[in-house]
Write a protein that binds this ligand. Structure first.
Ligand code: TYD
Ligand code: MG
Length: 481
């Protein structure tokens, strides 16, 4: 009998080594190597005897049955998947524990089952009673979802191969699944990979759509992430701040749809509620009249989204000032700070800088640069920005405000929510002509914006203002010009 080759597999990226080491050279993570059977699933004896079968090669132009989609019955979920679940496709849904993955999928599967489709929900984590309890709480007990608490992939595949092919199968979660073909413990990269492979094979063979639920590690990666991510057709991540009720479903990869759409939900006592107008939600708890806040008119996928950026700039007591960001790219913040410092004469090296995107949203657009800069300067000079203004525009390294896509959609959304003014790139003005009835403040360079905000700061009554604000002119070496 052939000796098994043991090797050390990185549980984060799947790279294999023949010796243990503290750091994975492939992904740079520490302490992620675990001993596994590297030869994978098929014993050597079987592998060497198996003769390859022949298959027919097809032409590109041939007729294939179209990929019909199954609507989930939830508009926000359909938006992210690109219109529903494609037959035979496999989708991975990742998210922190407790974020609401099981809740979302219980709701969606119930709606689809009620619509008359055969839907199977396999729970590897919770007992049937727990799943039923959740369904009861959601008022969905009557939905004809077929339920099981199983973890063996072989058993699941045999069971599901009988009778009509299920239209959709939910596996909650892939980390709890195990297959006989490999010897590693459940939850290891090898098991996750082999189990996912078996399920994907089943989906492709039968045409059933499968949703795999995946856990996310502390640093936001789906455990055994890359190994599963490249095998599935779509990857969605379910995000949100634990303390807040908003939840955002984001497509990270999608072979059958867009990757920039988000679905917005609100967690209530009765499950997840779809939020059809997210801007209203994200602005609902606005701190009107505080310096350091600016409303960004953003776009998520095809949908405009207004969200508040909050900045706090305070003198530091540390040698190296703190820069902390929630909901935005830290390197983008560094860039905006550098441009403010180099081209606008705003000295921030003696200040701690905090930036937060309200409502637990994560912004990926560079168009948020201008709003971030406005919030930062507003906090620094302690001058409130106009509460009826929205900001958008990308800032280049030279301090020029560059145009961004979809100006009319952004303006329209701002007008709809009662905003009166927009601060936007000069070059986008043409696109915005006659739009929405907002007063447009088109600027060409970040210096202009900084000067405007600084002027607001110095116009306010000096006596009532804190010492911080009185120091304004000194901080703007060129800013007032
Ligand atoms: P769950 O779907 O179990 O999370 P996951 O599968 O991602 O681990 O949801 C867990 C949280 O959601 C739990 O803390 C309770 C909360 N919740 C509600 O607030 N309302 C509800 O109706 C339900 C079912 C759960
Ligand atoms: Mg769960």
């Amino acid at each position: 009998m052939a000796k098994n080759t043991l090797s050390f597999v990185c549980q984060n990226c799947g790279a294999a080594y023949n010796r243990w080491q503290g750091k994975c050279e492939s992904c740079g993570e520490w302490n992620t190597l675990a001993e596994e059977d590297a030869t994978g699933s098929v014993p050597v004896s079987i592998r060497s005897k198996r003769k390859g079968r022949t298959f027919a090669l097809e032409s590109l132009a041939g007729k294939s049955p179209d990929a019909p989609r199954l609507s989930s019955g939830m508009t926000e979920l359909d938006r992210v998947t690109g219109g529903g679940f494609v037959r035979g496709s496999v989708l991975l849904v990742g998210g922190d524990p407790g974020i609401g993955k099981s809740t979302l999928l219980t709701q969606a599967t119930s709606l689809m089952a009620r619509a008359g489709h055969r839907i199977v929900y396999i729970s590897g984590e919770e007992a049937i009673a727990q799943v039923r309890l959740r369904a009861e709480r959601l008022g969905l007990s009557d939905a004809p979802v077929q339920l099981a608490a199983e973890t063996s992939v072989e058993d699941i595949v045999s069971t599901l191969s009988e009778g009509a092919v299920p239209r959709l199968i939910v596996i909650d979660s892939i980390q709890t699944m195990w297959t006989d073909t490999v010897e590693s413990a459940p939850g290891t990269v090898t098991q996750v990979r082999a189990s996912a492979q078996a399920l994907i094979r089943f989906a492709k063979k039968t045409g059933a759509a499968i949703i795999l639920v995946g856990h996310v590690t502390k640093d936001g990666q789906i455990a055994g992430p890359r190994v599963v991510e490249h095998m599935v057709d779509a990857v969605m991540s379910f995000e949100g701040e634990g303390s807040q009720q908003f939840r955002i479903l984001r497509a990270v990869k999608n072979r059958f749809g867009p990757t920039d759409e988000i679905g917005v939900f609100e967690m209530t006592g009765l499950g997840l509620r779809e939020v059809t107008n997210p801007s209203e939600l994200f602005l609902s708890e606005r701190d009107l009249g505080t310096p350091g806040t600016a409303v960004f008119a953003g776009i998520e996928g095809t949908r405009p989204l207004l969200v508040e950026l909050q900045a706090l700039v305070a003198p530091t007591s540390l040698g190296t000032p703190r820069r902390a960001v929630v909901g935005w790219d830290p390197s983008r913040l560094s860039m905006v700070l550098a441009v403010l410092e180099a081209h606008c004469g705003v000295k921030l090296s003696g200040h701690d800088v905090y930036l937060n995107v309200a409502g637990g949203l994560r912004i990926h657009e560079p168009a948020a640069d201008l709003a971030a800069a406005a919030a930062l300067v507003s906090s620094l000079v302690n001058a409130q920005l106009p509460t009826d203004a929205v900001y958008f525009g990308e800032i280049s390294l030279s301090g020029v405000v560059r145009p961004v896509a979809q100006t009319p959609a952004r303006l329209k959304e701002a007008a709809k929510l009662g905003f009166q003014r927009a601060v936007l790139p000069e070059s986008a003005r043409g696109e915005a002509s006659g739009d929405a009835g907002l007063t447009l403040n088109a600027i060409n360079s970040l210096t202009t914006l900084v000067a405007e905000i600084a002027a607001r700061g110095s116009r306010r009554g000096d006596s009532s203002a804190p010492a911080e604000k009185n120091a304004t002119p000194a901080r703007f070496r060129r800013g007032e010009g």
